[in-house]
Every structure is written in C-alpha cells, then in structure tokens.
Design a protein around this ligand. Structure first.
Ligand code: MTE
Ligand code: MO
Length: 375
C-alpha cells in the first residue's frame, strides 16, 4: 500500500477520499478561528505523502543557462531573510458538490470548506530566484513561467507539478513564499514538509507541496495538472468535446463567500439569528462587502466583516463575517443567502447553472442554506 506511510489525521475532518487523502473541516469549525489550526486545515493530496528526510533534503533551483543550485534547508534559512504572510488557500474544487447537484461533474465532492487560512513563514521565491541569477526584467522578454515539481510521485514515477507566471513570482512586492512554517509550527507532512510553495491570491493547485525543483521556462509546467486539469469551460462543453488546450490554466480565483453557520437543515430558535461565514477573492483583491438575505434574496442586510483587515492589492487572506438579524415573524423556514463583493466590484453569480463546468471548478454562486424555525 503506497499510502501506508501517510501521517495521522484529526478525527474531526470530513474525508472525501482516503487514498489519496482529501478532507475538509466541518464548516462550523472553519470560522471558529481566523487562522485555521494546522490539524483542521483542509488537505488536498493527489498522491501518497512522500517521506522526506530533512537532513539530506536539497531544493534544486535551475538557474539561467541550466546551472542547478542544490540548497539545503539550513542554507535556505541562513541565506535568505525570513518572510511571513497570512494567506488563504482555496482548492479550485471548493463547493463542487453544489455543481454536481445541477449536473454530475467529475471530481471530489467538496463542501464549502476546501479553503483555509494560515500564517506561513519561509523565504521569498523572488530572493531565491535572484540568487540563482534571475532578474525582475527577465519576465518582460516574452512570457515566462516558474515551474515547480513536487517530491510526491505516482506509480510510474511522475511527480506532481504546476507553474505560475514569472511576473507573479518576480514582480516588485511579490509575496510568493517557499514556506517551511505554518502557523508558527514546522510545516506538517500533509502540507508539504519540509518546504512548499505558497502563492498568495492563486488557486491551491499551484501551491506545490514537498517542493523538489524550481525552474524557469518559456512554457508552462508540462504537468497533467497544469495542462489537462484545473481549467474552466462553458456549460456547453462535455467530456466528448473538451479540448484542454483551448482554456487557460486557472491562476487567480474569483470572488467567493459561503455560510458556515448555521448548518443546512438546522433548526434555529425564533427571535434573532446569527449567520457566520467567510469571504475571499483572488489576486489580492480585498472583500469590500458581504450581503446576507434571510428570505432567499428578496431583501438584504450588510454583514459585519471581522478578522484581519487586508492591504489593498495585497488582500491575500479572507475576511470572516457575521450578521445578527431578527427572524421575520411568521416564518417557518429561512432561505439564507450570502454574496460577497471584491475591491474590483466583482460579484458572485446568483446561480450555479450558468457557471456549471464538467470539472466542477470555480464554483462561486451565491451560497444558500435553508433552516427550519423551532416552534
Ligand atoms: N502539491 C503536491 N506536491 N501534490 C499535490 O497533490 N495538491 C495541490 C496543492 N499542492 C498538491 C500540491 C492542490 S490541488 C491544492 S488545493 C493544495 O495543494 C492543497 O494544499 P493543502 O493540502 O495544504 O491544503
Ligand atoms: Mo486543489
């Protein structure tokens, strides 16, 4: 069993797949803390968790002209300044199960909690690439990509891989990290021990764990996950007609929000109701507002944003939100809805149907939770 060496996991996690291990925390727990505790942070693995020996570990960094640097962990920590950033990671498949309810899609049936936030500590990718001989301007001479390879491999020896545009990694003020710490602790095995990429504002899939190699290329990563997965398509495209070369790989994610409390189907007392959730947008676009409705979207109230305020253009982490409102008298059921607005005034679509896609990614319609009122 290639999975027999996987680490132990928290029993509260809701498991979507055991081998490889994929799990999310219960939604109500997700928004208990601004920073998600490591044990509850959603876990998305495509392959067995590799056993990496930190003492013999070397990060390979391919420089211009093909010269390869091999950096040990102590060297990385000694040579480059430590940098910490609070970043929300979201899987492209977060909320996929809602898409499957419209029409079956292919993929893990994630609920609303394939998203989590941590304070990551490590070195800037930009500093490491500069040390290898790259300059910021290099990205201007045609499109370039920074490619990452993981140390996790499938049975035929193919590693997980992904890439990001050169400017995302090397731009002034770029906060892309090679992280060795998560919430002040050593990076846990499930999250990429001993070193992972953290790309703020970008889909989870590009945040390569168990990082083995970094290179710069005029082409995107040749990996299956860059080329033939994690792309968005029209609802008109099915598995017989899909051509993965026609769509760009997902990088920045669209504006997202969801209700984490109350749970769908819960019975709530009459009087006042408190609704809680999270909101986030990709590309460093901050969340400027969350609207909540208790009557299916006919009337709205503005929720209170909590958690850390984010820097404009560098809003890498989510806001939590809550709303306490009187329950409409006479109601027997409440159709609670939330929707967020980001700094570019992007909004979430009201329904799933027009954004349905065969892979079930980018699922960010208004989130709806129906609850019953106690007598
Ligand atoms: N990196 C490697 N090496 N192998 C993987 O399977 N999964 C990716 C990404 N990085 C993956 C990986 C995907 S799809 C997501 S959503 C994030 O890791 C999940 O990160 P987490 O498990 O730390 O939450
Ligand atoms: Mo993902």
């Amino acid at each position: 069993d290639p999975y027999s060496g996987d680490p132990p996991r928290h029993p509260a996690l809701q498991v979507n797949s055991l081998k490889p291990f994929n799990a999310e925390p219960p939604a109500e727990l997700l928004t208990e803390n601004y920073l998600t505790p490591n044990q509850l942070f959603f876990k998305r693995n495509h392959l067995p968790v590799p056993a990496v020996d930190a003492a013999s570990y070397r990060l390979q960094v391919e420089g211009p002209g093909g010269r390869v640097l091999a950096l040990s962990l102590p060297e990385l920590k000694r040579r480059f300044p430590k940098h910490e950033v609070t970043v929300t990671l979201q899987c492209a498949g977060n909320r996929r199960s809602e898409m499957s309810r419209v029409r079956q899609v292919k993929g893990l049936e994630w609920g609303v909690a394939a998203i989590s936030t941590a304070r990551w500590g490590g070195v800037r990718l930009r500093d490491v690439l500069a040390h290898a001989g790259y300059r910021e301007e290099e990205g201007e001479a045609g499109e370039q990509h920074v490619c990452f390879e993981g140390l996790d491999k499938d049975l035929s020896g193919v590693a997980y891989g992904a890439s990001i545009p050169y400017r995302t990694a090397m731009g002034r003020g770029a906060d892309v990290l090679l992280a060795y710490e998560m919430n002040g602790e050593e990076l846990p095995r499930d999250h990429g021990y001993p070193l992972r990429v953290v790309v703020p504002g970008v889909v989870g899939a590009r945040n390569v764990k168990w990082l083995g190699r970094v290179s710069v290329s005029p082409e995107e990563s040749p990996s299956h996950w860059q080329q033939n997965d994690y792309k968005g398509f029209s609802p008109a495209v099915d598995w017989d007609t899909v051509d993965f070369t026609t769509a760009p790989a997902i990088q920045e994610l669209p504006v997202q929000s969801a209700i984490t409390d109350p749970a769908p189907g819960a019975t709530v007392p009459p009087g006042e109701l408190t609704v809680k959730g999270y909101a986030w947008s990709g590309g460093g676009r901050g969340v400027v507002r969350v609207d909540v409705s208790l009557d299916g979207g006919r009337t709205w109230r503005v929720a209170e944003l909590t958690g850390e305020e984010q820097q404009p253009g560098r809003a890498w982490a989510w806001r939590l939100w809550q709303l306490t409102a009187p329950v409409p008298p006479g109601a027997t059921e409440l159709d609670i809805v939330c929707k967020a607005v980001d700094a570019s005034y992007n909004v979430q679509p009201d329904t799933v149907e027009p954004i349905w896609n065969l892979r079930g990614v980018l699922s960010n319609a208004w989130h709806r939770v129906t609850v019953t009122l106690a007598e």
